[in-house]
Design a protein. Structure first.
Lengths: 346, 346
DNA sequence: GTGAAAGCGCTAACAA
DNA sequence: TTGTTAGCGCTTTCAC
């Protein structure tokens, strides 16, 4: 293994100069710098990160805590993070939130991750756990949107990125009303007691628009509360068994909506003639279903990029802040007038 | 930050004993061990990985090189790796193969990753680059399947995991023949010159079964050669413009097949009555399309698990080896007799 | 069975 | 402007 010292010897300078050239931490005269650069590439010298981390107390490694990568949503977010991270020499390490929280918290601390981004899905740390990480120098960015993330925010200072669905949901409900819909169901996928922005927006607009507010229309998930296609399938069936007169189904996300499409098809119902279906996230898959899925265009890569930028800011010692993004509603063929054959294609 | 030394002082032993207890590297008397354990948990001591890595020359970090996470395929594989990795204290770091290969190779070396798993999609390193990594102690496992991976294997010793599609494709072709199909297209998504197992299996069986071997039926992708739904959509349209008489489309993967479904629908063709469609990978999404997609059940999580296990073996100094998995064909509604209205549901 | 001590390769404060 | 040096916290011989 080639070390800084060998480079220094060959270039006839001191090891410190090599560091200074590589990190730009101090001024080095152009000719020396050039000579050093040359020797570095001749020898193919690559600094050892473990040594650097040990000395500098920074690992330039961040964690991304996700419930699952089976939802391409998180893949897109991860890619957004990676995009920003790699330009700054950071790497993104995946942490799948499975098993004991203490287990992966230990890994975060052990690895001295500089920070973590946690979206607001399906995991909750105790204030003590968060404080444990924070005291070890881990910075947080949280995807704000559920009571989990609200809890997190109360426990420890962090930057937040939140997605404001109100405009998109308002647009959706306006279209639903114009289309003559009055009974709109929501598939939440989660525990009933969890407050979550998309569900809350739904409930709020149902009341505001005077739609049917039968609690049976707000369908919760089942343990272990994942929010994938099979969950949407299961919950749509559940819904149809209690309220077969539902005219529109709004799902927590596109995958659940895709599952609902299947359940409706199997029940012999046509979409959108009999029931309209609306998803959320605008996965590229939502364009390829039949009918194409009306949805909300969550800017996934952008969320990842912003999260990484907020982390970088925190590392530079800047103040925590809160960023809000405003996704738009995307009208496609799965949404039309209630009990009507008008089909708006895409 | 709590260090080993503080634990040692409080427990009244030497720092070395702490290490011995934690790593089980040497025998420590039960009572001492117990005392040490107690102090460790009292203090919430977590060892510093950077220091450990520096001293031991192992980071217990592996990289997973992927073209994109937009295909849930890779998410599933990554989860499989993670599942095995976390039990052994390893972490999996994502490396998206975008931009200059030298850039992410540097990151792999810099971070002293113990090993990397590279699937065989869409990236190719030079022998020199591979040797560079190998000489720095990076171990490889490659997903064997394309000329890229064959090249890799020639250049450097590594373990290989390969997916043998021959049985599944034979089954598919047998069904196609029984169904009266004679003109089967393949959407490869890749450069025409790349040899890739699934494409090769297709070509081989086309000849073997005496089907139409018009080269126009073997549709290549377009730069930058991704293999997502939009690529399947584009290439299916391309196909329909030159060979509208195709009776079955076999796509490189499920996402491309889903894109093809859309192109067919837009062209006014019914699936499977007019054209049958077959994917590959058995993403859970393939069950939720309409009609449900016939596909090949690639064991994604298992591939990830095996890859991680092969890496762990290599770290223990065991010999490299080659593992083969044999996915099965999954018959669903998108495949039926040629020009026939018989629809096998699922 | 337990401990002392010499690194691992780098950063950063200080000296020259 | 460049070099010297003292750690960073751990692993790992090698003595005791």
């Amino acid at each position: 293994m080639i070390t800084r010292r060998e480079v220094a010897e060959k270039a006839g300078v001191s090891p410190a100069t090599i560091s200074n050239v590589m990190n730009g931490s101090k001024y080095v005269s152009p000719d020396l710098a050039e000579k050093v650069e040359r020797v570095i590439s001749e020898l193919g010298y690559v600094p050892n990160r473990a040594a650097r981390s040990l000395a500098s107390r920074r690992t330039e490694q961040v964690g991304f805590i996700v419930p699952t990568l089976a939802n391409p949503y998180f893949g897109d977010v991860a890619e957004g993070m990676e995009e920003v991270a790699r330009d700054q020499g950071y790497v993104v390490t995946l942490i799948t939130a499975e098993g004991e929280a203490d287990r992966y918290i230990s890994r975060i601390i052990e690895r001295q991750m500089d920070g973590v981004f946690m979206t607001d899905f399906g995991f909750n740390f105790t204030g003590k756990q968060l404080e444990h990480m924070r005291s070890r120098g881990v910075r947080f960015v949280v995807g704000e949107g559920s009571s989990y993330s609200a809890e997190t925010y109360r426990s420890v200072p962090c930057s937040r990125i939140s997605i404001d669905y109100s405009g998109a949901v308002l647009r959706l409900f306006t279209l639903l009303r114009e289309g003559g819909h009055r009974r709109i169901a929501f598939l939440s996928g989660n525990k009933p007691e969890i407050s979550e922005v998309r569900k809350d927006e739904y409930s709020r607009r149902v009341r505001e628009f005077g739609f049917d507010d039968d609690p049976a229309l707000l369908v919760s998930g089942e343990p272990p509360f994942s929010t994938l296609a099979q969950d949407g399938y299961r919950d749509a069936r559940k819904l149809l068994s209690v309220r077969p007169d539902t005219t529109a189904i709004f799902a927590l996300n596109d995958l659940m909506a895709i599952g609902a499409l299947r359940a409706l098809r199997e029940a012999g119902l046509r979409v959108p003639e009999d029931v309209s279906v609306i998803g959320c996230d605008n996965l590229y898959l939502s364009e390829t279903t039949w009918p194409p899925l009306a949805t909300i265009d969550t800017p996934k890569r952008q969320v990842g990029r912003i999260a990484m930028e907020l982390l970088l800011e925190a590392f530079r010692g800047e103040d925590f802040r809160r960023v809000e993004v405003h996704p738009e509603f995307v009208l496609r063929g799965s949404l039309s007038r209630a009990r009507d054959t008008l089909l708006r294609n895409r």
